[in-house]
Design a protein. Structure first.
Length: 341
């Protein structure tokens, strides 16, 4: 069969992702690719050769299949939402019957599960940073410098990776995040993600020490000078993740809470850093940073500008204060207003 109805599920999802790449970041496109690849393989296992064979029953069967594999409710929600987007595209090109996308059940995520977000706690972050600031051997190291910037800006992984040496103004005291897709460092929100973020003098001092010492004077493949450099120039996304895991291990500043000997602990290697129960990814640092900004009384609109996220998104996805933190750190300072004196 020729025409759109003859598309195989594999060709359909690849075609869809290719169409979306111009409006998605590389990371988002990769997520779409992975989610829809799972659906494509399921279709092939079921003997579904063309997309015009799809119907509401099969789409519900796929949802049940994924749910039965024990994935998190947020993962199932994201996968089915992406699948609905694919089916809407197939409707638009006449590959499936009209109205099929409405039959894709995108499950709601319970509110309590939306708030189950791992973060780098304020206590842990400040303890690590204070340790580095008082330790001559680690002051200005790569792990110290990138954690200072990540914690004080709340920046995403891609934004940290995309920083150039020229984006740091050491005299005025800020870093500038710039959308540069043509040379491999797009921002998640493209031009809307561009911003200058003020840094405290003590953070600038750490970056000065890093640039003078630990930073490799390397260029990337486009001739740019990354602020945070690897042996090959600009680090890959996974390298930045590993740096994040290594920088947040509790054994950096004290004894291991899990009973391991740091000298022979496999978690301290490049390939196993993510397996440390206490290490944190860039997203967890961002979440902890945003919570810290709010706990310190920074106005929401200021935090939103610094971290490039709307106030609604911050409230829903990033601000993970505990009930005690909300009472003590946010409402507590206002208690004097209730005094009868």
């Amino acid at each position: 069969m020729s025409g759109p109805r003859g598309l195989s599920p594999r060709d359909a999802w690849k075609r869809y992702v290719d169409r979306r790449r111009t409006e998605l970041t590389d990371g988002s496109a990769d997520s779409y690719h992975y989610r829809l690849k799972l659906f494509g393989h399921w279709c092939e296992d079921r003997g579904i050769e063309t997309v015009d064979e799809l119907n509401g029953w099969l789409l519900d069967e796929y949802r049940a299949h994924r749910a039965g594999e024990g994935i998190a409710s947020t993962t199932l929600h994201n996968e089915m939402e992406t699948l609905r987007g694919l089916v809407e595209y197939l409707e638009a090109i006449g590959a499936v019957e009209d109205g099929l996308a409405e039959k894709v059940d995108v499950p709601r995520v319970p509110e309590d599960e939306k708030s189950r977000e791992t973060k780098l706690s304020t206590d842990d972050a400040l303890e690590i940073l204070r340790y580095h600031r008082s330790n001559d051997e680690t002051y200005g190291s790569l792990f110290h410098a990138i954690l200072e910037v990540a914690w004080h800006t709340g920046a995403r992984l891609g934004a940290l990776r995309g920083l150039d040496l020229r984006d740091l103004d050491r005299d005025v005291g800020y870093v500038e995040f710039v959308h540069r897709p043509e040379t491999g460092t797009p921002l998640k929100n493209k031009r809307k993600g561009e911003r200058m973020v003020k840094l405290l003098p003590e953070v600038i001092d750490v970056l000065d020490a890093y640039i003078a010492g630990d930073r490799r004077p390397n260029h990337d493949e486009h001739g740019r000078q990354p602020l945070f450099t690897s042996t090959r120039g600009r680090p890959g996304r996974n390298t930045v993740r590993v740096w994040s895991y290594r920088a947040t291990m509790p054994c950096v500043h004290g004894p291991c809470p899990h009973g391991h000997d740091p000298d022979d602990c496999e978690f301290r290697t490049h390939t196993h850093a993510s397996k440390c129960p206490s290490s944190r990814a860039p997203h967890h640092i961002r979440t902890g940073s945003i919570t810290w900004h709010q706990d310190r009384g920074i106005p929401k609109e200021v935090t939103a500008e610094r971290v490039n996220a709307s106030q609604r998104v911050i409230d829903r996805h990033y601000d993970k204060a505990t009930k005690f933190e909300e009472m003590e750190l946010r409402r507590g300072p206002h208690m004097d207003k209730l005094s009868l004196d």
